[in-house]
Every structure is written in C-alpha cells, then in structure tokens.
Write a protein that binds this ligand. Structure first.
Ligand code: ADP
Ligand code: MG
Length: 288
C-alpha cells in the first residue's frame, strides 16, 4: 500500500489507528498522530521514522508524568537541578564529588550524605537535585525539613500512630532531611528523630543539610547523649561535604548585611530559643 493511502486513499486506516491509540491509552501518540502523518506525506519522515517518533513521543510523555508524580510523592516541589547549579560560584565545593553522588551508589549502599555550610551556599539546592536524580532512577525519595519530620512524629505519637509513621519514613530508599540546626526542636523531638534514624540505619540512605557543625549537635538536639548516639549512626557510613563559600542569595547584596550577622561571623540559628536564656557560649563556625 502506498504511503499516501494512509490518509488519502484509506481514511479508515487512520481512523483505525486513532481508535487503537485511544483503546491502548496512548494519549500523546494520538495527539501527535496528525502532525506525524502530515510529515510522512510531505516526505519529511519515512514510515519507520514516523513509528519511531510516535512511540518516542508517547514514551517521553509517560516518563514526564512518572517524574511529576514521583516528585510530588517525594515532596520535591522546588525544581532544583544539578544542571542549574553554578559550581563556579562555590569553588570550595568539589564538583566531581557531587557528580559522583549523582551516580547514586550512596543510595544503594544506604549511606548518609551530610551537606554542611552557611546559609545560602546551595545545600538544599544540591539535596533536592540529588533527590531528583534518585527519582529519575526510579528510587523512592522523601524530602522534609527536620522540623517537619519531628512535628509529624510528635503528632503521630499523640495519635497513637508513631509506629506507622516511623515505618512510613523508613520506607523511602532516600530520605532527605533539610535544615538540621536552624530551628530549636520541640520537646521530645530529638528522641523521636533518633528512633527514625535507628529504624533507617543501614536500611536506607539519607541526605542531611545543616548550617551547624557536628560539635554543635549537642546543642542542636538539646541533649548530648542523644546527639552522640545520632552521630554514631549518621557518621558510620557517611559522606561529609563542607561548603565554605558565601551566600548565593546575597551575591548581589552581601555588602548590606552587617558584619555581625554574616553567616561566616555567626552560624547560630536565626530564631532564638524560647525559655531560659542560654549560658554564654562560644559559637563554633563551620568555616573558622
Ligand atoms: P542553603 O540551603 O545552603 O541555605 P539554598 O540551596 O536554599 O541554600 O540556596 C539558596 C538559593 O540560591 C536557592 O534558590 C538556590 O537554588 C540558589 N543557589 C545557591 N547556590 C547556587 C549555585 N551555586 N548555583 C545556582 N543557584 C544557587
Ligand atoms: Mg536550605
């Protein structure tokens, strides 16, 4: 049958293809069919090329849909990619190490990646971008801030659902815990977070981002014993990446921030702890 018979001589063939595409739920293929037939008739595409493009369009649409759904499930709502990360802005950061992480061996080895550095240095960006890479590779991912995770565990505990919530948070192959150390933890939070870390230990990978060094963890978690137990597990199979640069957010306005408030001068969390005032402390900066 000559090629042109597809639409000119035998419109029923085209109609039949359309019907089949509907029945097979190949929505994107159906959408592009007319255009591809037109290009076939003008000789722009061979018959084989047309079939190839039809299937490729459908496949790409499905992959996009899968990525969108998986990203929503993972709560990766901000679009941050490795391609969108300007490594030249952060010379202290070893690009090759980040690209090696993007190969996702750390997820299979259930390791813990720590991204440390002052605010605005791209910790969350990189954590999300690595999360997207994992989603693309078909791995289950869940992203939340430490405060969100602890709030959800406390709520579950109040409702007698703690075991379920711990199971839910133990399931993803990669759990991203953003913003360790920014906000004071709710009472009982450190203990619950320890239970989660313990449940995931050597079973699932994690990425943690923090503006505080490990020596501050006693203060971050409000308990030296829990902090030590957390670090024991979170540093056992770990990759620690320290970013020692300046804030990307402030790259045009850094000179407006008073010296005493610059991240390099004072790494303490922006919000004050409630309750009894803290004893005089010597802040331990991540970058000297
Ligand atoms: P942090 O979590 O370290 O405080 P973020 O990752 O949230 O910092 O970065 C702050 C903002 O600046 C985000 O919008 C992020 O996408 C952007 N950003 C940070 N570093 C870079 C970079 N090197 N290249 C491109 N965008 C960056
Ligand atoms: Mg952040």
């Amino acid at each position: 049958m000559p090629v042109s018979a597809l639409s000119v001589g035998a419109p029923t063939v085209l109609e039949n293809i359309q019907k089949l595409l509907v029945r097979l739920k190949l929505a994107r293929a159906l959408e592009v069919l007319d255009e591809l037939v037109r290009r076939l008739e003008t000789g722009e595409l061979s018959a084989l090329e047309m079939v190839d493009q039809l299937l490729a369009e459908e496949q790409a649409a499905r992959e996009n849909r899968r990525l969108r759904t998986a990203s929503m499930t993972a709560r990766l709502t901000r679009l941050k990619t490795l391609e969108g990360f300007d490594f030249s802005f952060q010379p202290s950061l070893d690009r090759q190490r980040i690209l090696a992480l993007a190969e996702l061996g750390f997820v299979d080895r259930t390791e813990v990646v720590h991204l440390l550095g002052p605010p605005g240095t791209g910790k969350s960006h990189l954590a999300i971008a690595l999360g997207f890479e994992a989603v693309k590779a078909g791995k289950s991912v869940f992203f939340a801030t430490l405060a969100e995770i602890i709030a959800s565990l406390l709520k579950a505990q109040r409702e007698g659902e703690l075991a379920n919530r711990l199971r839910f948070l133990s399931r993803p192959a990669l759990l991203i815990v953003d913003e360790v150390g920014y906000l004071p933890l709710e009472t009982g939070g450190a203990n619950l977070f320890f239970q989660l870390v313990n449940a995931r230990y050597e079973k699932g990978a994690m990425i943690l981002t923090s503006n505080r060094g490990f020596r501050d963890w006693g203060e971050v978690f409000g308990d030296n014993v829990i902090a030590a137990a957390l670090l024991d597990r979170l540093l056992h199979h770990a990759v620690v990446i320290e970013i020692e640069g300046s804030s990307y957010r402030l790259r045009e306005h850094a000179h407006l921030v008073p010296e005493t408030l610059q991240a390099n001068a004072n790494p303490a969390p922006p919000k004050r702890r409630r309750g009894r005032p803290r004893k005089q402390e010597t802040p331990t900066s991540l970058n000297g």
